[in-house]
Design a protein around this ligand. Structure first.
Ligand code: S3P
Length: 437
């Protein structure tokens, strides 16, 4: 179990330098999942060595897959084939990782063995009916707690049936869960999205040679394909880069280059939103690596102004709102977010917790049912609670770039779930951030 860690950030002047943030979390999870059920040996570069992706890795080891210990982001997976997973001898503990739990529930529903998925306190409070309901329509047998939360007890059902499923919320985890289950179901399984969400599952399945038909907002899969091992080069996580995109924008005299950032169009909403607010972000050297667009991003200080965030951009920037709220606090005028109720069921209620922290620091932040209204103000000092949410902790650390006094952020150990190098990279760029146990 992680120790309790407190961050303290001193008012810092500027951010300058060139960094490569760690690998994309979503792709890292999927590289282990698909590499494990592929035929042959998959090599991954740029793998995110952080607790969440390691939860997925350990789960597959527990199901009999030989996976090397990652070193400098390189990991080798000795795939066991689509039907080669073995029953784990113990419940699979997935820590803080919603992606692990929701994608694994789909992948494991159609196996010929039973298993149980568990997680930490935060994960054990998150809604899982959004995956168990479509899986039940496919014939899966999964028991949850009475309020639809983990542990998930999965009774393997090797004869799932394909479904046509219209996603009731914008969720790549739910879409991916259903598609992964569809690999083990008779007939065709089709997902339809009301708004586009990240499509790494569809892209990576195709990269492994597994047929996925994509048409407008629909993706279809059936059980006739197989996965063939590949080389995977995971780009840097735009969700981690976002902290420095905002940091270098709000701090005076700043210029930061972020190298090799994943630029999948289902993930770049943060750049669009910051640009609408007046940020200067240049996209350099765009290229395609392993079926995913990648670029270097150069960002310099700029004056931001408040906006009404276009609702269509919300799912494309869903993980970046904690730090976008900090940008909003530094922008002249009012920033209004609506249509973001999904933020309430992330690692914590990110609307409530960010508003409370901003108010502590002297910013007017009004909570609405599905978003927030933030007025520009002067960020003061104080002690804020991160509620064990990695992205809340890092967002308030970035607020230090415009704070009048030190900010103390409690309960930051979970930064290790997605970005263990955050403190080191942030201080190398000029943020005066210390941590204490
Ligand atoms: C993820 C999907 C998103 C995102 C999460 C990672 C994924 O969640 O918030 O951090 O890897 O599929 P939802 O799909 O539930 O919105």
């Amino acid at each position: 179990m992680s120790k309790s860690i407190t961050f303290t950030v001193q008012p810092s002047a500027s951010l300058n330098g060139v960094v490569r943030v760690p690998g994309d979390k979503s792709m890292s999870h999927r590289s282990i999942m698909l590499g494990s059920i592929a035929d042959g040996v998959t090599h991954v570069k740029g793998f995110l060595q952080a607790e969440d992706a390691m939860s997925t890795l350990k789960a597959f080891r527990a199901m009999g897959v030989e996976i090397t210990e990652p070193v400098n982001g390189e990991v080798t997976i000795h795939g066991v084939g689509k039907h080669g997973l073995q029953a784990p001898t113990e419940p699979l503990y997935l820590g803080n990782s919603g992606t692990s739990m929701r994608l694994l529930s789909g992948l494991l529903a159609g196996q010929n063995f039973d298993c149980t998925l568990t997680g930490d306190e935060s994960l054990s409070g998150r809604p899982m009916r959004r995956v168990t309901e479509p899986l039940a329509l496919m014939g899966a047998q999964i028991e949850t707690e009475t309020n639809g939360t983990a542990p998930l007890h999965i009774k393997g059902t090797p004869n799932l049936t394909g479904i046509d499923y219209v996603l009731p919320m914008a969720s790549a985890q739910v879409k991916s869960c259903v598609l992964l289950a569809g690999m083990y179901a008779t007939g065709t399984t089709t997902t339809a999205e009301l708004a586009p969400t990240r499509d790494h599952t569809e892209r990576m399945l195709q990269g492994f040679g597994y047929p996925v038909t994509r048409n407008a907002n629909k993706a279809s899969i059936n059980n006739s394909g197989k996965l063939t091992a590949v080389e995977i080069d995971v780009p840097s996580d735009i969700s981690s880069a976002a902290f420095f995109l905002v940091g270098a924008t709000i701090a005076k005299n700043s210029a930061v280059t972020l190298q090799h950032v994943g630029m999948n169009p289902t993930r770049t909403g943060v750049i669009d939103i910051l640009r609408l607010m007046g940020a200067k972000i240049e996209v350099l050297n765009p290229r395609e690596i392993g079926g995913e667009p990648v670029a270097d991003l150069h960002v310099t200080s700029s004056e931001l102004h408040g906006i009404e965030i276009p609702q269509a951009l919300v799912p494309l920037a869903i993980d970046e709102f904690p730090v976008l709220f900090i940008a909003a606090a530094c922008a002249t005028g009012k920033t209004i977010l609506i249509g973001a109720e999904e933020l309430r069921v992330k690692e914590c209620d990110r609307i409530q917790v960010m508003a409370a922290g901003l108010q502590t620091l002297g910013i007017e932040a009004e909570v609405t049912k599905d978003g927030m209204i933030i007025n520009s103000g002067t960020i003061g000092g104080g002690t804020v609670a991160s509620h064990g949410d990695h992205r809340i902790a890092m967002a308030f650390a970035i607020a230090g770039l415009r704070a009048q006094a030190p900010i103390t952020i409690q309960n930051c150990a979970n930064v290790n779930t997605s970005f263990p190098e955050f403190q080191q990279l942030a201080t190398s760029l000029g943020l005066e951030l210390t941590s204490a146990e």
